[in-house]
Write a protein that binds this ligand. Structure first.
Ligand code: NAD
Length: 479
């Protein structure tokens, strides 16, 4: 079985203690590879290497040269596009066409932030007579990155490319359930010209390697993408060292459909927003809120589409792949069973290919209707391919239902009424609002992040780049 090593100080290394973890293929539940079971000892080495790089060759490198290296890394990723996409599919279960999009997006992050590295300017500030004041944008130093299993390549690119472009050195702890593409892409860093230690990656369990990274006094910033519960734990650990944290957490994002919407345009978005990555997407559009006059007809139309959706192994490129793990399968099944026990209706369900391997974690997509807004399952992330339909009477009720969960990550509004589009965009609490479209995951150029329990701080775009810098004010009195 192939072993995919960590990268510390430019060297491929097993875990300090030599322990490994199996990598399970969600399509059949079988192990197909091994990764290092890194611990606090590996995190110590990685942070020391990052500090040396930051104080050495990487920290002194001009911004335009940093940018060129990131752009070269983007090219190396694209040169291995198919190989990386297949690895992503084996590791996560997602359909191969979605994995291809993820690898393209990962390369886009390195391209975008490679181009942005030398365009990150500070400011001069008008002050008293006889003064010149500069606001310099400086990197933090060593940044920690804890990333989840649902979009390993994309989220690796999103946080690491921005941090490196800003001049930081990185230590990444990818998720134990899926981390092969971040490990493979990190191994390309030297070929792109990245000095040893500028990018380090340590696979391992969250409670061991992840906890060690979050609590380490040697990091200067922590970026966490994952569940709200673990977000709280890591933010508390980082707070002990006064380390600033960016939290990208979950969502329960509403897709609000008014009776005047163009349903031919809307319907594919309404479905794909929950189907993508089998609903295991923080920005999944998991709730569809429908204005009463079109509620029955739209539920019927969506039911027709859902019943035709086909689930099976990701490599077959069907509508939906397996969930990531047995644990996630049990969690999704448990939440749906709980809703069904409370008389929530299954309006429609997709099919599983008859020859799907035994042992795979398949959960065909499901459309639920008649769920009370305050039902616990209407409040929490299911993180599976389950779309729930709700009815609303008017604009005020649409806003109330949209905002009636602890989350505020993404929303979409479907209406032809321009004034209503703007009113809703302002009244819905979410970090991103899409009007007559839905952008789960896409848009490297678009600032992304949550409100309420969906987190704080922004990734992507220039906003994300600025997030990996801190401002130093220099006040010069020259008379
Ligand atoms: P998770 O919180 O269990 O794990 C995320 C990462 O944290 C993994 O690398 C894991 O190893 C690590 N971790 C776990 N326990 C830890 C601990 N005690 N200390 C330090 N690190 C620890 O989440 P998950 O199951 O991997 O991902 C699913 C969740 O992530 C969902 O809630 C989803 O909405 C969210 N998510 C959010 C975004 C976003 O950008 N907002 C993107 C993807 C996923």
């Amino acid at each position: 079985m192939t072993f995919i090593a960590n990268l510390i100080d430019g060297v491929a290394r097993p875990a300090a203690g030599g322990a490994t973890l199996p990598v399970i293929d969600p399509a059949d539940g079988q192990p197909f590879s091994e990764i290092a079971k890194g611990t606090a000892a590996d995190i110590d080495l990685a942070i020391a290497a990052a500090r040396r790089a930051y104080q050495g060759a990487w920290g002194r490198m001009p911004a335009f040269e940093r940018g060129r290296i990131l752009s070269r890394l983007s090219g190396l990723i694209l040169a291995r596009h198919q190989e990386l996409a297949e690895l992503e599919t084996h590791d996560t279960g997602k359909p191969i066409q979605q994995a291809r999009n993820d690898i393209t997006a990962c390369a886009r992050y390195f391209e975008f932030y490679g181009g942005a590295a030398d365009k990150l300017h500070g400011e001069t500030i008008p002050y008293l007579d006889g003064y010149t004041v500069l606001a310099l944008r400086e990197p933090f130093g060593v940044t920690g990155h804890i990333i989840p299993w649902n979009y390993p390549a994309q989220i690796f690119g999103r946080t690491v490319a921005a941090s490196l472009a800003a001049g930081n050195a990185c230590v990444v702890k990818p998720a134990e359930d899926a981390c092969l593409t971040p490990l493979r892409i990190s191994a390309l860093a030297a070929e792109a010209g990245l000095p040893a230690g500028a990018l380090n990656i340590v696979s391992g369990l969250g409670a061991e390697a992840g906890a060690a990274l979050a609590a380490h006094p040697g990091i200067n910033h922590l970026s966490f993408t994952g569940s709200p519960a673990v977000g709280t734990i890591v933010a508390q650990a980082a707070a002990a060292n006064h380390v600033p944290v960016t939290l990208e957490l979950g969502g329960k994002s509403p897709q609000i459909v008014f009776a005047d919407a163009d349903l031919d345009q809307a319907e594919p978005f309404l479905v794909n927003a929950i189907l993508q990555n089998a609903g295991q997407t923080c920005s999944a559009g998991s709730r569809v809120l429908i204005e009463r006059p079109i509620y029955d007809s739209l539920v019927e139309r969506l039911s027709g589409t859902f019943s035709k959706l086909v689930t099976g192994p990701g490599m077959r490129g069907l509508d939906c792949g397996p969930l990531i793990s047995r644990k996630q399968f049990d969690r999704v099944t448990g939440m749906v069973d709980r809703a069904l026990a409370d008389r929530v209706q299954v309006a429609a369900r997709g099919k599983l290919v008859p020859d799907a391997p035994n042992g795979g974690f398949y959960f065909p997509p499901m459309l639920l209707a008649d769920m009370p807004v305050d039902h616990p399952v209407a409040q929490q992330e299911i993180f599976g391919p389950v779309l729930t339909a709700f009815v609303f009477a008017d604009e005020d009720e649409a806003v109330r239902v949209a905002n009636a969960t602890p989350f505020g990550l993404v929303a979409s509004v479907w209406t032809r009424d321009g004034a209503r589009q703007l009113r809703l965009a302002k009244r819905v609490i979410a970090g991103q609002v899409f009007i007559n479209n839905y952008g789960a995951g896409g848009g490297v150029e678009l600032p992304f992040g949550g409100m309420k329990h969906s987190g704080y701080g922004r990734e992507k775009a220039f906003e994300g780049l600025r997030g990996y810098t801190q401002v130093k004010t220099v006040a010069i009195r020259h008379g």
